[in-house]
Design a protein around this ligand. Sequence first.
Ligand SMILES: Nc1nc(=O)c2c([nH]1)NC[C@@H]1CN(c3ccc(C(=O)N[C@@H](CCC(=O)O)C(=O)O)cc3)C=[N+]21
Length: 302
Amino acid sequence: MMIEDEVPNERVTMDGVQIAKNITEGLKTEIERLQNRFSTTSKPKLLCINVGNRIESRTYTSNKQKACEKIGGLLEIINFEETATYEQIAQTIEQANKDDSVNGILVQLPLPKSLNECSILDLISEEKDVDGLTSINIGRLTTKGRSTTFYPCAPLAAVLLLKNYGIEISGKHAVVIGRSNLVGIPLLMMLQKENATVTLCHTYTHNLREFTRNADIIAVAVGKPGFLKEDMVKEGCTVIDFGINVVPDNSEKGFHLTGDVDYNSVSQTANYISPVPGGVGPMTVAILLSNLVLSWKQTLRL
Ligand SMILES: Nc1nc(=O)c2c([nH]1)NC[C@@H]1CN(c3ccc(C(=O)N[C@@H](CCC(=O)O)C(=O)O)cc3)C=[N+]21
């Protein structure tokens, strides 16, 4: 009989599409139930603000729109030219803040360099900040004893992927690579709240490999295709790939996405790995919708 240590560990590719589907099916049922209970035809409505012409932003927005309509919600897209001014965008956000039919407001990032992202995000009313990116919501996340309604979608997607696969976070060493406002920083806070020991690595980190080889969980959000290689990871670890690198191709869309992890090699050594596409991305959309439904529910109770 083999002793337990000799049993080869199974390698698992995490299925973000399936879990996202479970989440959105639950949301659809919940919306119908509440519409019946409150005898209302009100629907959760998300306003997406896009500035400029990045092709991938259009794809994400249309993915969100399809998913939102599937659960019985509405998604309105407002497109601005690359040259739009702060005042024009501010006016749209302020109007949406006052509009009772709008439950969530999302400004697609990154914005053109001429615009200040932080000051634009901070115009969004905290009750409609379904992305969880305003100063107030990020501040709540980073303080002990305060609770947040809207967690940033991509980091929460990662935590839910881990939980769905029964991967223990508490007491584990998690290494987060990248310190963006959208992923690295909020993920650091969330993993720490789950009782992980978290190391935040970035461009100035010396000997990155020393950190990643000692990590139980590695989250990569650096924007460099194939950045995390097999020789950087420990046997049996978990790897979450946030990469959304655009690779132009001859498809109808004109591009495909590739992650920050060298999937083919790292999947030989990691026990759990989230793929791109099909991992964090679809989950991010599902959680955005879940935040939207939360916001909508808060207005129904009024
Ligand atoms: N304010 C703001 N909030 C965001 O949540 C936000 C943002 N800005 N800026 C850009 C990133 C990126 N993002 C994705 C959403 C869906 C997929 C997605 O659906 N991915 C699929 C398929 C993609 C495809 O169709 O090729 C997948 O990975 O399987 C990916 C990435 C949200 N972001």
